[in-house]
Design a protein around this ligand. Sequence first.
Ligand code: FAM
Length: 464
Amino acid sequence: MASILRTSRTRPVWSALARARFSSTAPKNTTLKERLAELIPIELENVKRVRAEHGKKAFGPVIVDQLYGGMRGLPALIWDGSVLDADEGIRFRGKTIPECQELLPKAPGGEEPLPEGLFWLLVTGEIPTQEQVTELSKDWAARSAIPEFVEEILDRCPPTLHPMSQFSLAVTALNHNSAFAKAYQDGVSKKEYWGPTFEDSMDLIAKLPNIAGRIYRNVFGQGKLPAIDPAKDYSHNLATLLGFGDNHAFVELMRLYITIHSDHEGGNVSAHTGKLVGSALSDPFLAFAASLNGLAGPLHGLANQEVLTWLTKMQAKIGANASNEAVKEYVWATLKGGQVVPGYGHAVLRKTDPRYTAQREFALKHLPDDPLFKLVGQIYNIVPDILLEAGKAKNPWPNVDAHSGVLLTHYGMTQMQFYTVLFGVSRAFGVASQLIWDRALGAPLERPKSYSTQAIEKMFKDKA
Ligand code: FAM
């Protein structure tokens, strides 16, 4: 069955369909919401046709091990924004990371794609114009203020409360002003669900820099939060709120970071959690807060914090500029201690994560001589062989989290407990775009079947 889903080096099957019904560039003079309103009836027809043609066909066998094994490879969800190939990595609406870097609009003087453009691409499958991206930047800046009571919630959190818990609290509280929750209470028709879901999703993304900035400044004593500048793009504003707005390279890093962390198809914990909670018609704030709680786990988004903690402990133990032998010994000690090597391995990927490669290329351009970057490179030459020799991990190669913290540290953001918050800001782009489509296409409540071990035994005994 894995071969159905993980066709190495071939383009995912859906992209041909997507190309046929979505042109690759957005028509000019239309807003994102207007374009969506045009695309929704087309996609509704398309899904109707696919279901009529293929709805009753089997999509591969399910084996009992998948029930016990975290449902690896189980075909179970529709997720249109991105598809992950085990060997090639992520494609956003059919486009690889280098293609997005080339095709998406940039800021004046910038070389990295603007996440505004990536969001447009995730939602519509089209590359927006520079003007459309600028309009999105302005729209998000206009929506960026958070309610005073949410500011107070954050200000009252003890600095010892993990930034991800604070993030989740604040996003949950934004549900107070949810357009979807209000429309539902007012009896909105199912056909109209997508409109208020779109508004909430735009508000959610727009408000995240103010939440992230406030958490960063509160927890790490970085002074008062400056105001959002409506003339600046989303990443530039985020960098400013974090105190790095004057550093052009950091602003560029934020543009790249938010683009590449945004979406990783639908089965990962944060994406799936958001979709699952949204399927109960919980509004986008409640759904995305659930995503954040999943992202806060060390096997998922918290791995970027874990990598830095691990590297710091390694340096404390074996010193900077340690020999390959000393690094090898440290990696083996980690494994023998029953711990994972953070930043390595993946549930789907079987090659080096292209998100890792994109960050490595950024580092080669902007910080080639950084000692921690050199250590990351040294580890890359050591860890895969050790994981292969240890014989457990199915993928010995690095994932996105093996690299991100080193870049942030280079620019002075050394507070590793904050790193997953940035991942969360980005992940909202992917989760929100799918939530909009789920409501547009009338996606039902998720309710898969579970079994007890006793029931499984009985089923096979009865069949024997
Ligand atoms: N170090 C040590 N052992 C590892 C390992 C690693 N980096 N990756 C996998 N294994 C072990 C794994 O713990 C499992 O052991 P048991 O049989 O004792 O349970 C075995 O190898 C088989 O696991 P797998 O099938 O290769 O991986 P899974 O699909 O179960 O898990 C990961 C995938 C990502 C949870 C796992 O590779 C891991 O724990 N990696 C380190 C944490 C990490 O970097 N997470 C971030 C993933 C990232 F892309 C993201 O979500 N942001």
